[in-house]
Design a protein around this ligand. Structure first.
Ligand code: ARG
Length: 592
């Protein structure tokens, strides 16, 4: 099944190659001037350029003319014209549009092209045990979930791993702080090596309290800091009581994180963290040494990763600090070993704040040096910051660190206000209205995040995000719900979708938008750019809106075959909008 663009392209490529040019010059794309024609082929100019280089006489308009002669009888082409120096403008026939509509309606994938399946790991979320989440974790969760679903939609096997931060100084902070508060707990008895209680000694609230308490105390007190460092080192050396505590901390945190991410509609396949690869580190270090990749440097163990002919200095990877402690680089490298052993992925995508770009550059270079992976198997999909109106990374009103629950609450409230204002769902029960507000709030937040180019910073503005007009999540939910209600009414009236016959220009334009879905999904995945799919969904919603205002569906004076055709278009639009939104991780209500 190929899209309209693809079938046109095939004809153009054949024409160019029959005329003795590269077939690639027959590339067809959506026109920059849709007022002239929906598609264009601009290969004639390049063909002329190439011919001139070979010393032939060539005029782009003549080449365009020859191509037009070759393709003009193609059944998909309604009009074809040459503009300017040799642009070829193409308009497809209504018949081919109608056929394509039926094809899309009958296809489960709605035009998404399945590819050769690869095994892909998406490393996203990245919350830290006990440390509160910040906006970077939110963006990682939202963007990572979309990227995971994009690749799944293309047919790949995709494994989402939360890769929790659970191995480092924060653990030493927690352990030592707990020891100060409750020195009599069995975990601190050095003579004991097993038989610890099964019940965790702390709750999530305790962890949320202990961590800042310790880190604040350590800030101004070198001795207190030393205690945390020592606890970290003993933990890393495998002290039994500390390991038992670590496992409790992880369990308690994971339970809380599952709820937090769950509320956001984000699901992980693996709840791995840094700690679970610790056992791989000694052998990994051994391998680095054996391969002569690691070297001692002032008591520390490093890997030099600068490359020749580069302008930016990439400092060495730190495998072991001079204290012997393992670092962020070390756990990420050990995780690469673990993933190679357990999953052997074709590609690993790290959805992590762009401010960690250098870290990943270093880690990737070391992994390539060790010949575990090729460079093109490792990709850091960085992202910019969500800022407050002051232009600084968003914080809560109190200026404190962000908690996911608070953010969701803010969005919920903004959505509730909007719903009040617009009178939406006034007739529904309050539980349904609450559920609608929840979905609107989340859609607003996620769409506002995903529609930006990944790397740009943007401003958190709940009011703007929840608007029902413009390029927002709620506008899209509204579009979906409107079609659902049309379909319900049709059902009540006994009208069912039939064969599509495109006749109105707004129908043609809607179908052309729907035809672009497969391309949007592919490009969005390949470029790790969910905003491309956002643009597409918005375009479809707008096209539907134009179509619906020109082409009523259930009005009385409409002939049956027109009704059923328009209804089929509406149904197809709904399926595509819902599929697209699901890929973005956005849920839609039944009504609102
Ligand atoms: N826990 C880290 C942080 O809060 C993010 C982890 C990202 N993933 C990774 N494989 N390093 O910054």
């Amino acid at each position: 099944m190929s899209s309209i663009l693809q079938s046109l392209e095939q004809a153009f490529q054949t024409a160019f190659s029959d005329l003795g040019y590269e077939s690639g010059l027959g590339a067809v794309r959506e026109s920059d001037r849709p007022d002239l024609a929906p598609f264009q082929c601009n290969g004639a100019m390049a063909a002329a350029g190439q011919a001139k280089k070979r010393g032939e006489k060539a005029n782009p308009r003549d080449i365009a003319q020859a191509v037009v002669e070759a393709v003009k009888d193609h059944p998909a082409i309604k009009t074809i014209e040459i503009g300017g120096p040799g642009f070829i403008n193409i308009e497809p026939t209504e018949d081919v549009l109608s056929e394509r509509a039926s094809e899309l309606s009958g296809s489960e994938n709605l035009g998404i092209e399945r590819v050769d399946p690869k095994t892909i790991v998406v490393d996203y979320g990245g919350a830290n045990v006990a440390k509160p989440m910040h906006v970077g974790h939110l963006r990682s969760a939202v963007i990572g979930e979309a990227i995971k679903r994009l690749y799944r939609a293309l047919g790949h096997k995709v494994i989402g791993d939360v890769h929790m931060g659970d191995w480092g100084l924060q653990m030493g902070h927690l352990i030592s702080e707990l020891e100060i508060e409750e020195p009599d707990l069995p975990y601190f008895d050095e003579t004991k090596v097993s038989g610890y209680p099964e019940e965790p000694p702390v709750t999530m609230d305790d962890l949320a309290r202990l961590y800042p308490q310790a880190s604040n105390a350590a800030k101004n007190d070198e001795d207190r800091m030393e205690q945390s460092r020592l606890a970290t080192a003993e933990l890393q050396a495998g002290r039994a009581g500390y390991m038992a505590l670590l496992n409790h901390f992880i369990d308690v945190s994971v339970a809380a994180l599952k709820v937090g991410y769950g509320n956001l509609g984000v699901e992980f396949d693996l709840w791995n963290g840094e700690a679970c690869v610790d056992h791989l580190i000694p052998e990994m270090i051994e391998e680095f040494r054996r391969k002569n990749i690691a070297e001692d440097d002032d008591g520390a163990l490093i890997i030099r990763v600068e490359e020749e002919d580069e302008n930016k200095d990439v400092p060495p990877v730190m495998l072991l600090a001079s204290s012997g402690a393992v670092l962020y680089h070390t756990t990420d490298l050990a995780t690469l070993v673990d993933r190679k052993n357990e999953i052997d992925p074709d590609l690993i995508i790290y959805v992590v704040d762009q401010r960690q770009a250098l870290h990943f550059e270093q880690v990737f270079r070391a992994a390539v040096k060790a010949e575990w992976y090729n460079r093109d198997q490792l990709y850091h999909a960085g992202f910019g910051t969500m800022n407050g109106k002051d232009g600084k990374p968003f914080k809560t009103r109190e200026g404190g660190v962000l908690r996911l629950e608070d953010l969701i609450k803010i969005m919920n409230e903004a959505a509730e206000t909007r719903i009040e204002e617009s009178g939406i769902g006034a007739e529904f029960e309050s539980s349904e209205r609450k559920e609608i507000a929840r979905k609107i709030g989340l859609a607003a937040l996620k769409f506002a995040d995903l529609q930006n180019q990944r790397l740009t910073n943007y401003v958190f503005d709940p009011e703007r995000f929840t608007a029902f007009e413009g390029k927002t999540g709620p506008y899209l939910l509204y579009a979906v719900v409107r079609i659902k209600s049309i379909l319900r009414r049709a059902k009540d009236e006994g009208v069912s979708p039939g064969r599509v016959k495109i006749s109105d220009p707004t129908e043609a334009q809607l179908l052309l938008a729907l035809d672009a879905f497969g391309r949007a999904v592919t490009a969005s995945a390949e470029k790790y750019a969910p905003h491309i799919l956002c643009d597409h969904i918005y375009r479809v919603a707008q096209s539907f809106s134009r179509f619906y205002s020109e082409c009523p569906i259930l009005a009385e004076d409409i002939p049956d075959d027109v009704k059923t055709s328009r209804l089929a278009l509406a149904e197809l639009t709904l399926r595509q909008l819902e599929k697209g939104l699901t890929i973005l991780g956005i849920e839609t209500p039944e009504r609102m």
